[in-house]
Ligand binder design. Structure first.
Ligand SMILES: [Zn+2]
Length: 268
């Protein structure tokens, strides 16, 4: 079976409590040989490191998600810095900008939105600075905010590369990401019936600029759409991406695994 890596999963979410050994077993049976568990705040980042210590196929990314900043300290860098030296911490993130969920969508005022956006930008920059300092790449989350995300990221793009995860934007957005030396990864969304535009973006992405992921426990690919997602399902996404690109699973496996090792040099 062709090996693939699930480059973005949230194994520390309560959905997976007590099921990690079974989850790893099912992933390996489906050819998913490495799983990168992504932190969204300090606690989940520490838990991801603990999981990586306990299980050989698991690696960790540590950082603060732009929608989880309510409990963030003034400066997120010091505590994250302590985790960065760990041999299985392969990047910093997920970090970025999210304009999909703003305070105004939840009863807040336009002023609340501005405060929130300023906070997101501040924490995003702190993590980008840390990545430069630690010589680690970053995992980028952005939702309905590609332009503002790229505007900030551009200032660091000569020193750090980004994995623009769960990429659903069009070809012009893709081109900007690639021009900055960064790459994208695709989730199970590529298998959704109506996701024609995402498949067009997949078709336009050079084979050496993409990776696959699940974003577990979210975004289960077909035929499990709507159910809890888990790393074993990476296989369905890989199959669809190979089909869209017109390559064999073996070729896609070769490209995506090579890209993952280049992007995450600490991935064993
Ligand atoms: Zn995520």
């Amino acid at each position: 079976m062709e090996p693939f890596y699930d480059t973005h999963a949230h194994l520390t979410f309560p959905d997976f409590t007590e099921d990690i050994p079974g989850l790893i077993e099912r992933a390996q049976a489906a050819g998913i040989t490495r799983i990168i568990s992504i932190g969204t705040d300090l606690e989940s980042s520490k838990s991801a490191v603990a999981l990586a210590e306990a299980h050989a196929p698991i690696y960790a990314v540590v950082g603060w998600h732009p929608n989880d900043l309510a409990a963030a300290p003034d400066d997120v860098a010091p505590a994250l810095r302590e985790l960065c030296g760990h041999s299985k911490v392969v990047a910093i993130g997920e970090m970025g900008i999210d304009h999909f969920r703003l305070p105004s969508g939840n009863g807040g005022s336009p002023m609340d939105d501005e405060v929130w956006k300023t906070q997101q930008e501040k924490i995003f920059r702190q993590q980008l600075e840390l990545a430069v300092e630690q010589k680690l790449n970053v995992v980028i989350h952005q939702r309905v905010a590609l332009e503002p995300t790229l505007d900030i990221f551009q200032e660091y793009a000569d020193r750090v590369r980004g994995q623009f995860h769960c990429f659903v934007d069009d070809q012009s957005g893709l081109n900007r990401v690639i021009e900055m030396g960064s790459i994208v990864s695709f989730t199970g969304i590529v298998t959704f019936k109506n996701a024609h535009q995402v498949r067009e973006t997949v078709a336009a992405t050079p084979l050496d600029k993409l990776m696959v992921e699940t974003d577990s426990p979210f975004l289960s690919p077909m035929p499990y759409r709507g159910k809890r997602c888990e790393p074993a399902y990476t296989h369905y996404t890989a199959k669809k991406v190979a089909e869209v690109k017109g390559v064999s699973l073996a070729e896609l496996s070769g490209f995506t695994c090579t890209t993952a090792h280049e992007f995450f040099p600490k991935l064993g």
